[in-house]
Design a binder for this molecule. Structure first.
Ligand code: ADP
Length: 601
């Protein structure tokens, strides 16, 4: 309850007023008492003289009378004549004439019993002691805190010794102080009331803006930046409120920016093709993206660093690296080859680490293919070149070479040169198709005509080999869109292969048809067929099941690769179809209209 600023303020005000009034009251009451005491002693002095021991004229008169027998009555009369000067009054201030040696009551303005009820004060003892010593020292000390004040004046005359004792019970000053106390208490109550009101007023001007500021800070802490706190004054709290509003605005903008950046990063993180995993300083996984799980072939969030990469590099070694240092390793996971980068997140020990994985399978495959391709090209060209060179050298170093032999050698040289030209031409065609430089002239043409012209072109060769060429396609083939020359080149290659790879006297069947928006062409033979393990690769460049046989028949190993490229440029497909019995079936499918297909690209 007393924790709130409001209550503290009220409490401070109350304490302040109470302590102020207490101090003022105490000061005033003490001052009044002191004044009363001073006044009392001044009155005594004015009558008895101010030197101690007293030696005034009145005292001397008293002493003289005291020496007389029966002087007591005279003394009493003399003191009573001074009653007005001494301020004697029966209620509060009385005088007593006492026996100077015994201190016994002899006469007084109040009765003996009243005297006997008084305390034996220090002043009385002083006066009695001074009489016993033959002095005349007055007992005139009074304590502010005592509830009386008194003065004891020794009067010795001859053998007689008296003490004139004046005793004041301070009733006057006490009742005055009592009234003052009442006034102070009333003033205190009024003061407290005023301070209460004041503290409420203060709370209105000070605490309410602070409370508003606190509410605003709570809202900001909860992420609500919608409301601006009203600035109602230009004092320090007003300035603080303005600064707070500015700070909240800057914070909101910064948070928005951070949030934007974060969502950008999240999206990037989620969709990036590289796998990313971040680890805490103990090696447990903090975050990972789907690509990481995909690459490693398991849900990485179930594992930790040691289980994933512990074998590649101990976690402590990664953590001991200094940024921007990193370590890279090559990982093989199933058929994938991954390049793994490991780096610490910060230089401190608490920062954790980061693993980034890059799938280089395709890159490696391309590199392998390129190497293989270059090796293949070199090999394919070196063989005919070696032949050309050795035959040419033989002709040159053998001066008397028989004419027919020389002719034969020259034929080989020419045919090898043709072969090389053929290879180079095929490579050029492939390179143009690869780079997109090969122009495909799209036009509508009747498919039936194209297949017919291919069949006619190979008819002679088929006959020469004793093959039966079956044209199984009917007459209902549509006009299709495409580059007729190139598609005829594809069909020629496929039918040519069927003729080449079928032992003499075989059967080659060409069929075609239409299904939906596509046409299909199949070329089947009952030849040597393609072994299961080679079926996947026959469309690869330079791939040949039987190199010697292919070369013998003038093949380059590039025909089907070129065919596949051309068919793909027509948005079609070429593949080995399932085949029953010995032989091979190649199936080509092409869209009837190119534009619709191109739109789906
Ligand atoms: P090539 O110039 O060697 O014929 P291709 O690319 O046309 O090259 O064919 C690749 C390989 O596929 C051939 O070397 C051959 O081994 C195999 N092949 C293609 N067609 C047939 C077929 N009809 N029957 C058997 N093997 C075939």
């Amino acid at each position: 309850m007393f924790r709130s600023l409001h209550m503290k303020l009220v409490l401070i005000m109350l304490l302040l007023i109470t302590s102020l009034m207490t101090v003022v009251g105490a000061f005033m009451m003490t001052s009044i008492t002191s004044f009363y005491i001073d006044e009392f002693y001044q009155q005594v002095e004015s009558v008895f003289g101010d030197s101690n021991p007293v030696n005034g004229a009145f005292v001397n008169d008293l002493r003289r009378e005291a020496a007389q027998s029966g002087g007591l009555q005279v003394l009493q009369q003399m003191v009573e004549t001074k009653a007005g000067d001494l301020g004697l009054n029966s209620n509060t201030r009385n005088y007593y004439i006492l026996d100077g040696r015994t201190g016994a009551f002899l006469a007084g303005s109040d009765g003996e019993s009243a005297f006997n009820s008084l305390p034996t004060t220090q002043n009385l003892l002083t006066a009695r002691a001074s009489i016993a010593n033959g002095d005349s020292e007055v007992g005139d000390h009074s304590d502010v805190t005592a509830n009386y004040m008194d003065v004891a004046i020794p009067i010795t005359g001859g053998e007689n010794a008296y003490i004139i004792y004046i005793y004041d019970n301070r009733d006057t000053v006490n009742s005055l102080n009592g009234q003052l106390f009442l006034i102070i208490v009333q003033a205190l109550l009024v003061g407290l009331l005023i301070s209460l009101l004041l503290s409420f007023l203060l709370s209105k001007t000070m605490i309410i803006p602070i409370e508003r500021l606190t509410e605003g800070a709570d809202r900001v802490a909860a992420g609500d930046f919608g409301k601006v706190i009203e600035v109602e004054s230009s004092d320090e709290i007003g300035v603080l409120t303005t600064t707070f509003n500015d700070m909240a605005a800057v914070l909101r903008d910064t948070l928005e920016e951070v949030e934007n950046e974060r969502s950008k990063l999240d999206t990037l993180f989620l969709h990036m093709t590289d796998g990313v995993i971040s680890f805490a300083s103990d090696g447990s996984i903090l975050t990972s993206n789907p690509a990481a799980s995909q690459m490693l072939g398991r849900e990485v969030s179930f594992y930790d660093y040691d289980a994933l990469f512990g074998k590649e590099l101990p976690f402590q070694q990664v953590m001991s690296l200094q940024r921007p240092d990193f370590v890279s390793r090559e990982l093989t996971v199933g058929v994938r080859i991954l390049e793994l980068y490991l780096a610490p997140v910060s230089d401190g020990k608490d920062g954790g680490a980061m693993a980034v994985m890059h799938d280089i399978t395709a890159q490696r495959k391309n590199e392998e293919m390129r190497k293989e391709f270059v090796a293949n090209v070199s090999h394919e060209l070196r063989t005919p070149l070696t032949n050309v060179r050795s035959y040419a050298e033989t002709i040159r170093t053998t001066p008397d070479i028989p004419r027919e032999m020389e002719e034969g050698f020259l034929d080989v040289i020419i045919s090898e040169a043709d072969r090389m030209t053929h290879i180079v031409q095929d490579l050029l065609t492939l390179s143009r198709l690869d780079s997109g430089r090969a122009e495909i002239k799209m036009a509508r043409f009747p498919l039936l005509d194209a297949i017919d012209s291919v069949c006619r072109a190979v008819e002679l060769e088929a006959q020469r080999r004793g093959h039966t060429l079956l044209r199984q396609y009917g007459g209902a083939l549509p006009m299709i869109e495409g580059d007729r020359d190139r598609l005829e080149q594809v069909m020629m290659n496929v039918v040519g292969n069927a003729i080449k790879y079928t032992p003499d006297g075989g059967t080659i069947a060409v069929d075609a048809g239409m299904r939906g928006r596509k046409v299909w062409i199949t070329v089947s033979d009952n030849g040597i067929g393609i072994p299961q393990q080679d079926r996947e690769r026959i469309f690869d460049r330079f791939y040949r099941v039987d190199k010697a046989r292919s070369r013998e028949s003038g093949g380059t190993g590039l025909g089907l690769s070129i065919a596949r490229e051309i068919v793909m440029r027509h948005h079609g497909a070429i593949a080995l179809a399932p085949h029953e019995g010995p032989g091979t079936t190649i199936r080509i499918s092409l869209p009837i209209r190119q534009r619709e297909e191109a739109r789906h690209d």
